[in-house]
Write a new protein. Structure first.
Lengths: 632, 217
């Protein structure tokens, strides 16, 4: 913004420097009759023309009867061949008529009054009006004495040069207003979007309101330019355009300082409302109200920066210092403009009020952006910290879990060792001891010995099989018994009707239970082989509600289950079934074979499986068969 | 599997226990369709013997005095891919069988079983594959089927191979598996051979992967 101002001042200076070079005449002085003259004051001698300095501020130095004639004489030392213009840097609100060499060349039109109010005026001088030697310009200014204006400096010269000056002036005091308003409207919308998306940061909200209100007031003001009946509204909108955006900015100051002053904010809004109403009222005191409110709102930021400066963490923040500079500069810029209006400063100078809003809003954007960046950085830091903590926690849990697993494994191993030892002691050990005594007796037949040793080997293999990995699959246990015994069955001519479907995984299938299940099968199979004379055995295993059900049915002689004598092995089977964690039912009728049903309950957590799945249609891979994720 | 055998199958074996070796030799000699071409007492002897050429079938005892039987299996699998390797084990437990299969063996025979004819086992194996126990089938499935279905890339086993292993793991015989899946027994055997190959290859890739992971390669 400063660069822009510097460029502006430089442009003015450059324009002034170019004046001599391009033969532009600058009228710093004029002559006025000092009293009201009716009609064109052609006869110079008839009036007492006294000198007056331009620009002539009517507020500081009112003309007679609210009307005044100005005369400027000059000599051209060349033949005025090219086109010439008269340039006024600021159009007076008074009606204006321009004469050159007693000929009227321009009268302020309606269009100028509306569209180009307060901006530069370029008046072309018709060809042939100017002449080499003496010329004279007369201005007739009419209207109420106004604190805003009077008659500005008058420039006459090359039309192209003056058109450039006028263009520059209109850009700065005209188009720039709309560009700035549109830009801050867009910035305001962006801030609003960020506010809606992000954490509803009040600072962002007030910033958005500030930009949007600046845009709306400017847009409405522009629309009222083209309506004759909207003069009062136009006044209000001009006031809002210069001061309305300041309210949200003031509240933003408080929010940046993490302060809330509800009553103060309320008073501020009330003051703005009162200002708007009083500006809308037209009357002799209007200008006083205008200037009073304007100065108040312009000066307020310089006070609202105080809480920011007093906030401990913010005092030395470059962004806050920048905002302080902007606020103070804004107050000075407003003061500058009021000095122009009050006639303290040459009113040809451009107003700075247009640049207060962009200046302060740009400065206010810096702490907001810093805040956003700090928020992002804090979030990132928090994420990193959170990740670190989660990692630490995960490691902690992992190590705890690892310890637990190790302890469980150790315990399971110890139990397994104990079980195998007991098993070896009762089974294999006892068998070997008895074999040894038979061998030592010297009466042992070789067949008897080898049969005993083979039985001991079978016992050993059974024990080993019970610790083979079966992944919780009872089907594997059944299949393995069949596989182990296949040569025995083949020799005996026994046929199997094998119907083991895919079974749900049983995670609690311990070696102890496996051994018990193996023993049940061996027992049932050997009964079928040795006692019942069966030719075929049907084995089926399937899932039933809540359990795995295994049924072994032979086509042997059977027995009357009502007349069962004790000690025939049924009790032994039931004991094994208990060890296997299941229930056993033996059904038999003489002549109709025997049917043994073992039911192994499934753990509660077992998910329901679609029923009615037979082997023929079993899709693969099958539930319960998928390898377990590595656990141990 | 009564496939008629025209030329006798040549067999060599390495076994350090004299008595066990004697029984194996006797069993093989009793079968006219088999011809013993070498019997070795140690791994070193076996490796020297193999330099002269490999038989159709090589029986390897895993517990040798001078080297691990798996090293011999690996050697034969690498140098004589046509030779069928059978390991001899007492228990046929998962650990020893799986490591043998992964080293490149084609099957295993149990030793010490009562009235068990090793020659019959060999004929059985020659006609198509090894008797895969349900436990082993289950372990092969576990090795070769990923825990989660892969989003990209194919799974190692075909669906048919998966089905076959699945049935065997549930105790179905090869014949029953063939009936179940409407395949001939011979096709089941072919599938199983492919599965063994995949298992061996897979274990090698795994080893490479593991080595890479440890930055050894």
């Amino acid at each position: 913004m400063r660069a822009l101002l510097a460029a502006l001042l430089f442009a003015c200076a450059a324009g002034a420097a170019a004046a001599e070079a391009e033969r532009v005449l600058s009228f710093e002085r004029a002559f006025t009759p000092g009293l009201w003259v009716w009609g064109f004051p052609g006869d110079e001698a008839a009036w007492a023309w006294s000198p007056i300095t331009l620009p002539h501020n009517w507020y500081a130095d009112p003309p007679p009867a609210s009307r005044a004639w100005y005369r400027m004489g000059f000599t051209l030392d060349y033949a005025p061949i090219g086109s010439h213009s008269i340039y006024l840097a600021r159009l007076p609100l008074a009606d204006l008529t321009v004469y050159v060499n007693q000929r009227e060349i321009w009268r302020m039109s309606e269009q100028y009054a509306k569209g180009a109010a307060l901006t530069a005026v370029l008046i072309p001088v018709p060809n042939g009006v100017l002449r080499e030697g003496g010329n004279v310009i007369h201005l007739l200014a009419e209207g109420n004495a106004h604190w805003f204006h009077g008659v500005p400096r008058v420039y006459l010269g090359d039309a192209r040069v003056l058109a450039e000056w006028a263009g520059m002036r209109r850009l700065i005091q005209g188009q720039m207003i709309y560009i700035v308003a549109a830009a801050f409207g867009a910035v305001g919308l962006l801030a609003l979007w960020l506010w809606l998306r992000g954490g509803r940061d009040a600072v962002l909200f007030w910033y958005a309101m500030s930009g949007i209100s600046l845009f709306i007031a400017t847009a409405l003001w522009y629309l009222t330019l083209w309506r004759d009946d909207a003069a009062g509204l136009r006044q209000v909108l001009v006031f809002l355009r210069f001061n309305g955006y300041m309210m949200p900015l003031l509240i933003l100051h408080l929010r940046l300082a993490q302060r809330r002053h509800p009553w103060l904010e309320g008073v501020l809004w009330l003051a703005l409302a009162a200002a708007v109403v009083s500006i809308g009222v037209r009357g002799p005191w209007q200008w006083l109200a205008w200037s009073g409110w304007g100065i108040l709102f312009a000066a307020l930021p310089a006070f609202f920066i105080i809480p920011l400066l007093r906030a401990p963490g913010l005092r030395r923040e470059p962004a806050v210092l920048l905002l302080l500079v902007a606020d103070v500069a804004a107050a000075l810029m407003n003061l500058h403009d009021w000095a122009i209006r009050l006639g303290w400063i040459d009113f040809e100078r451009p107003y700075l009020v247009y640049f207060v809003a962009p200046f302060v809003m740009l400065a206010a954007a810096v702490p907001i952006i810093e805040r956003l960046m700090a928020g992002v950085a804090a979030t990132r830091r928090m994420n990193i910290e959170l990740e670190r903590r989660v990692d630490a926690k995960a490691r902690e849990l992992e190590s705890g879990y690892e310890k637990l697993r190790r302890a469980q494994r150790d315990q399971a191993l110890a139990e397994e060792r104990r079980r195998i030892m007991a098993d070896m002691h009762d089974g294999l050990g006892a068998r070997l001891v008895s074999l040894l005594s038979v061998a030592q007796s010297g009466r042992a037949r070789p067949e008897e010995l080898s049969e005993g040793i083979a039985a001991a080997l079978d016992e050993l293999r059974l024990t080993i099989d019970s610790v083979q990995p079966v992944e919780g699959d009872v089907g594997v246990v059944l299949g393995n018994v069949r596989h182990r015994m296949r040569s025995v069955f083949e020799r005996a001519g026994m046929r199997f009707l094998w119907n083991v479907s895919t079974l749900p995984r049983m995670d609690d299938l311990t070696p102890e239970r496996i051994l018990a299940i193996q023993r049940i099968f061996l027992e049932v199979f050997s009964n079928a082989l040795k006692h019942s004379g069966a030719r075929s055995v049907a084995v089926s295993a399937a899932r039933v509600p809540g359990a795995v059900q295994i049924v072994i049915a032979d086509d042997g002689r059977g027995f009357d289950s009502l007349a069962v004598r004790p000690g025939n092995g049924l009790a032994n089977l039931r004991l094994r079934a208990t060890q296997a964690g299941g229930t056993l039912i033996v059904e038999s009728n003489a002549g109709k074979g025997t049917r043994v049903t073992l039911k192994l309950p499934l753990a509660e957590a077992e998910p329901p499986e679609p029923s009615g799945r037979s082997d023929e249609e079993a899709p693969y891979p099958i539930q319960g068969m998928s390898p377990e994720p590595s656990r141990a | 599997m009564g496939a008629p055998v025209t030329a006798p199958v040549t067999i060599a074996l390495v076994e350090d226990d004299d008595e066990a070796r004697g029984r194996l030799v006797a069993s093989i000699r009793s079968d006219p369709s088999l011809r013993l071409t070498g019997e070795y007492r140690s791994g070193g002897e076996a490796l020297i013997g193999l330099d002269a050429g490999a038989p159709d079938v090589f029986l390897v005892d895993l517990g040798l005095p001078d080297m691990h039987g798996l090293d011999i299996v690996r050697h034969i699998a690498a140098q004589h891919p046509a030779c069928e390797i059978l390991v001899v084990t007492i228990f046929g437990d998962e650990e020893s069988v799986m490591s043998a299969l992964e080293a490149g063996a084609h099957g295993y025979v149990l030793k010490g079983a009562l009235e068990h004819d090793i020659a019959e086992d060999i004929r059985h194996l020659r006609s198509g594959g090894s008797p895969l126990s349900p436990v082993i089938a289950r372990q092969v499935l576990k090795r070769l089927v990923p825990a989660k279905p892969a989003l990209f890339g194919r799974s190692i086993l075909t669906q048919r191979e998966n089905e076959i292993l699945n049935a065997i793991a549930r105790g179905f015989t090869y014949a029953e598996t063939g009936d179940l899946l409407h395949l001939s027994v011979q096709t089941v055997h072919t599938h199983l051979k492919n599965i063994y190959k995949k298992l061996a290859v897979h274990s090698k890739t795994e080893a490479v992967f593991e080595a890479e992971r440890r930055r050894l390669i």
